[in-house]
Design a protein around this ligand. Structure first.
Ligand code: MEV
Length: 308
């Protein structure tokens, strides 16, 4: 018998970092990439196979400590022994690039364990189990990544509040592009925290940009949203979470017709997101990014009221 669990990536359109301090963020699931976890029977201690670790769970490295704790907690919740399982984690989400890979791994693993033991999994239980692992991975995470991936909706997130779904009238294309550089969210969040007094004003600016973006998304104002994305990138750069590649590639996107471009996620490496009205423009931008050093570009079609 096999237990299967899947989870997509996520894109933060506005409000990363500021969301940790109670500001609004706007995020959506990113279905072009995915994690798939498969749980099967294997006698003996639990083993894992994944791109970053292959071997026994018990002796696993610090890097997957969050997942180890998550598996143990989930099995405890299911009242099952911590043994006789093999968990295979396959991913098309590049890790540590701001696309939510750690939250998606956690979500897919919990889903696969519940599926294996043929148990119903509610959103609340999934959230509770996954938030625990995210706390270990990320150090004071807002919960935005896990919530967006669990909800699979275009949403407005505010820490500690009920999430709201955005009814989007945006029609156009997001170009998501990977610098190929690893960004460490935990470190970025900690650096912003370290200089919080100095950064307070920038957090307020980012929060205000999210507020302004909401009616633009609801009205389908691509041009207005693009402007706000540019302003958000500039504020994130001043916050110290951008880097040379992200600055250069967001500029390449603008020079090739993007309505706006900004880093997405934790920053200091990882991905950027750019906006265009048409597919032809999106392809020009995606190609320009690849020709200027990006490792991968995805084109994501924004359709009116896509999420229900
Ligand atoms: C990471 O994807 C988003 C951050 O805002 C951190 C968080 O919300 O926990 C940088």
């Amino acid at each position: 018998m096999l237990g299967i669990g899947k989870a997509p990536g996520k894109i933060i359109l506005m409000g990363e970092h500021a969301v940790v301090y109670g500001k609004k963020a706007i995020a959506m699931p990113f279905f072009s990439v995915q994690i798939r976890s498969t749980t099967s029977y294997e006698k003996g201690p639990i083993t894992i196979s994944s791109a970053c670790y292959d071997g026994e769970l018990e002796t696993s490295e610090v890097a997957i400590f969050g997942i180890k704790t998550l598996i143990e907690k989930t099995l405890e919740y299911l009242d099952q022994p911590i043994q006789n399982l093999h968990i295979k984690i396959e991913s098309t989400i590049p890790p540590q690039r701001g696309l939510g890979s750690s939250a998606a791994v956690s979500i897919s693993v919990v889903r696969s364990l519940f599926d294996y033991f043929d148990e119903e999994l509610s959103h609340d239980t999934l959230t509770e189990l996954v938030f625990h692992a995210e706390n270990i991975h990320h150090h004071n995470p807002s919960g935005l990544d896990a919530t967006t991936i669990i909800e699979e909706n275009f949403l407005i997130f505010e820490k500690g509040k009920k999430v709201k779904k955005v009814t989007s009238k945006l029609k156009g294309y997001l170009i998501v592009s990977d610098t190929g550089e690893i960004g460490n969210t935990k470190e970025s969040v900690a650096n912003v925290q370290k200089n919080l007094k100095k950064n307070k004003h920038l957090i307020d600016v980012l929060g205000a940009l999210s507020e302004k973006a909401i009616p633009m998304i609801e009205e389908g104002d691509n041009q207005g949203l693009g402007d706000l994305m540019n302003q958000a990138h500039s504020a994130l750069n001043s916050l110290g979470v951008s880097n040379q590649s992200l600055n250069a590639l967001t500029e390449v996107a603008r020079l090739h017709g993007a309505l706006g471009a900004k880093l997405t996620g934790g920053g200091n490496g990882g991905c950027l997101v750019a906006l265009s009205n048409t597919l032809v423009e999106a392809k020009i931008i995606a190609d320009a990014l690849l020709n200027n050093g990006a490792q991968h570009s995805w084109i994501y079609h924004l359709k009116e009221d896509e999420y229900e």
